[in-house]
Design a protein around this ligand. Structure first.
Ligand SMILES: [Zn+2]
Ligand SMILES: [Zn+2]
Length: 177
């Protein structure tokens, strides 16, 4: 494991959320937000309203900016988010999850919790100087984010689809020679 389990979980969720904005947008309905909530094992307030969906969708550019920024710029954004949300880190244990950090109350709006959890996770990324674990997909015409949690830092594509697409393109290029 590169980071603590809650850090990895928050980063995976943030990357999935940012990547949902890639065409075709995969976060356009409350049902899709429900699926995101469940898949990423969120707990706490989830109203399932159109307003909540819009607020979570609106986070995506800011999260993308944070996840792709330089180390010093990331620090500025992280500090700003935590101050804005008046974050108070607390260790909590619930459900099947062992001790992990929450920095805002469970009844805070979902978009606030996603934003703060991402900022908290990025604290670890900055402190361990592991920002190169985050990159933009190496496939042509894809702006998806890649979170590389592999031991040998080998991950270059945002999805299996992009990896396969580029493997096929490379094969064709070799055949055409
Ligand atoms: Zn929790
Ligand atoms: Zn991709």
């Amino acid at each position: 494991m590169v980071f603590a389990h809650d850090t990895e979980g928050a980063l995976l969720a943030a990357v999935a959320l940012v990547n949902s904005a890639e065409e075709p947008d995969t976060l356009t309905s409350v049902a899709e937000l429900d699926a995101f909530f469940t898949t990423n094992e969120y707990t706490g307030r989830h109203t399932g309203s159109r307003a909540e969906l819009d607020a979570v969708r609106a986070l995506r550019p800011r999260l993308r900016g944070l996840l792709t920024s330089t180390r010093d710029d990331a620090v500025a954004t992280i500090n700003e988010i935590l101050a804005e949300a008046r974050a108070v880190p607390q260790l909590v244990r619930h459900g099947r999850l062992d001790w992990h950090v929450h920095a805002v109350a469970l009844d805070a709006p979902l978009e606030t919790r996603i934003l703060v959890e991402t900022a908290m996770a990025m604290i670890d990324v900055v402190r361990t100087d592991e920002l190169d674990r985050l990159s933009v997909c190496a496939a042509d015409d894809c702006a998806g984010l890649v979170l590389d949690l592999s031991r040998n830092r080998s991950r270059r594509f945002c999805s299996v689809t992009c990896g396969n697409r580029m493997a096929v393109a490379a094969y064709r290029a070799r055949q055409a020679r």
